[in-house]
Ligand binder design. Structure first.
Ligand code: SF4
Length: 401
C-alpha cells in the first residue's frame, strides 16, 4: 500500500521572507510538488487561518509570507492563486487581513478575498453522517484545488486545530454556528472534508500556539513548515510533533474514519526532519486555563464519566472569557454539569448550568446550553443570563523551543 507522504522542514526561529519562501518550497517539493494536483489555467484557493484580527507573531493566525510563497508556486505553474478566508462568526475578515498583513499582499498584486462577501451555493454531502448538505462560496466550489494553510495551534474544543478543522474557514457564518449546535464539531468537520478535501495541507508552524488556543494561548517559536497531500496524515503527524496522539483530536479521528486520509503512523512516510528532532510537548488547553484563572467561590464543575474534552474545556475556557470581560465573579455559586448524566444534582435550578447535548434530557431542570461541542459564548450567556459578546484578545510573549 502506498504511504501518505508528510514533509517536515525546520528553518530559523526568526526567518526572513526569503527563508520562509525557501522552507515552504522545500516542504512542498519534499511532499511531491504541485504538478500532480494543479494544472496551468486552474484556480486554486489558498485558505489561511485568520480566525480573528491578530498578527502571526501571536501564533493565532497564518503568516502571510507562507501564503505568498505558496501563491508564487501556484503562479509559476500557470494557475491562478486566490487567498481566501472567512474569519470567526462576528469577526470582520477585512480587519483580520489588515492585522495579519494580508492587505500588503493585495498591494503586491495577489488576490485576497473575504469569503463572507461571496455568493454561496448548496453542495450535497452524499457520504455525510451528520451533515447531508452545506452552503459554500461558489468560488470555493468552482476552484480546481484547495490548499489549507492552518496555523499550528492547540484548541479548547478540538485538542488541536490544523488543516482539517481549518476548512471551517471556508463556510458562511450561519453554517459555522450550526457545526456546534446541530452537526457536532468533530463529525461535522469530517463530513465537510469529504467534499472540500484539501488537495494540499501546508501547516504554518513558524510561530505555533500552545495552551488555551485557538486564541488565548501562548506563542511558541518552532520554525516549522509541515506539508502533504493527505490532510489527515499531515494533521496526525503535526499532532504528534505537538506531543498529542495522532488521532487525539476528534476532528482527525472522525476524518480518518470517514476515509478522508490516514492517521496511522505506520501508513505515513515522514520526509525531511524526523518527528523526534522537532517534537515538543505543547501545553494542553486545560493547563493554559488554570494558569489564567482560579475557579470562583462556590463554582462546581460536575463531569459525567463520558464527558468529552470538548465540553470540559469549553466550560473552563468560558470562565476565561468571563474573566476577560471582568465578570468572572458572576460564575460564583454555579454548578455546571456536562456529559451523560442519570439525574440532576440537587441544587438551586437558577444556578444549574446543563452544558451540551448530552444533558438535553434534563434541560428543564436548569439553564440549558445546546451544542456538541457547545459554543463558549452560549455558556457565557447562560451564566450571565444575557446575550454576551466574547472578547477576542491574545496574550503576548513568545515561548522559545
Ligand atoms: S455534548 Fe456530550 S458528546 Fe458532545 S462534547 Fe459534550 S460531552 Fe461530548
Amino acid at each position: 500500500m502506498k504511504k501518505s507522504v508528510v514533509s517536515i522542514v525546520k528553518g530559523p526561529k526568526k526567518p526572513s521572507e526569503k527563508e520562509i519562501d525557501a522552507s515552504v518550497r522545500k516542504a512542498i517539493e519534499l511532499a511531491g510538488g504541485l504538478t500532480d494536483i494543479i494544472s496551468p489555467g486552474d484556480t486554486v484557493i489558498i485558505n489561511p487561518n485568520l480566525v480573528i484580527a491578530q498578527p502571526a507573531e501571536t501564533g493565532t493566525t497564518t503568516d502571510p509570507r507562507v501564503c505568498k510563497a505558496i501563491a508564487n508556486m501556484v503562479k509559476e505553474i500557470g494557475a491562478k492563486p486566490i487567498i481566501a478566508e472567512s474569519s470567526a462568526v462576528g469577526i470582520d475578515t477585512e480587519e483580520a487581513f489588515k492585522a495579519a498583513g494580508y492587505d500588503k499582499l493585495r498591494d503586491e498584486g495577489f488576490e485576497v478575498i473575504d469569503l463572507k462577501k461571496e455568493e454561496t451555493t448548496k453542495v450535497p454531502i452524499p457520504k455525510g453522517k451528520s451533515l447531508k448538505e452545506v452552503s459554500l462560496p461558489k468560488i470555493v466550489v468552482e476552484a480546481n484545488a484547495i490548499i489549507s494553510v492552518p496555523a499550528m495551534k492547540t484548541h479548547d474544543q478540538t485538542t488541536v486545530t490544523l488543516s482539517l478543522k481549518n476548512t471551517k474557514g471556508l463556510l458562511p457564518d450561519t453554517f459555522k454556528r450550526k457545526f456546534h449546535l446541530t452537526f457536532g464539531l468533530y463529525q461535522g468537520v469530517a463530513d465537510l472534508c469529504t467534499v472540500v478535501r484539501p488537495a494540499l495541507a501546508v501547516v504554518d508552524g513558524l510561530v505555533a500556539q500552545e495552551g488555551l488556543g485557538p486564541m488565548f494561548g501562548l506563542p511558541v517559536g518552532m520554525g516549522l513548515i509541515i506539508a502533504g497531500k493527505d490532510p489527515v496524515a499531515v494533521d496526525a503527524v503535526t499532532s504528534v510533533i505537538m506531543g498529542f496522539g495522532p488521532r487525539e483530536s476528534g476532528c482527525i479521528d472522525a476524518s480518518a474514519k470517514m476515509g478522508v486520509g490516514t492517521a496511522e503512523l505506520s501508513e505515513i512516510e515522514v520526509v525531511g526532519e524526523p518527528i523526534s528532532s522537532v517534537q515538543r510537548r505543547f501545553k494542553r488547553a486545560e493547563e493554559g486555563i488554570f494558569e489564567l484563572i482560579s475557579l470562583p467561590e462556590g463554582f462546581e464543575l460536575l463531569l459525567a464519566e463520558k464527558a468529552c474534552t470538548g465540553c470540559r474545556v469549553c466550560v473552563l475556557s468560558s470562565l476565561v472569557d468571563l474573566k476577560e470581560q471582568g465578570k468572572l465573579d458572576k460564575a460564583a455559586g454555579w454548578t455546571v454539569v456536562a456529559g451523560k448524566i442519570d439525574k440532576v444534582p440537587e441544587v438551586d435550578r437558577e444556578h444549574l448550568l446543563l452544558v451540551g447535548n448530552c444533558t438535553t434530557k434534563f434541560k428543564k431542570h436548569g439553564v440549558f446550553v445546546q451544542g456538541c461541542t457547545p459554543n463558549n459564548r452560549d455558556i457565557v450567556a447562560g451564566i450571565l443570563g444575557e446575550e454576551s459578546k466574547v472578547l477576542y484578545t491574545a496574550r503576548q510573549g513568545t515561548v522559545e523551543k
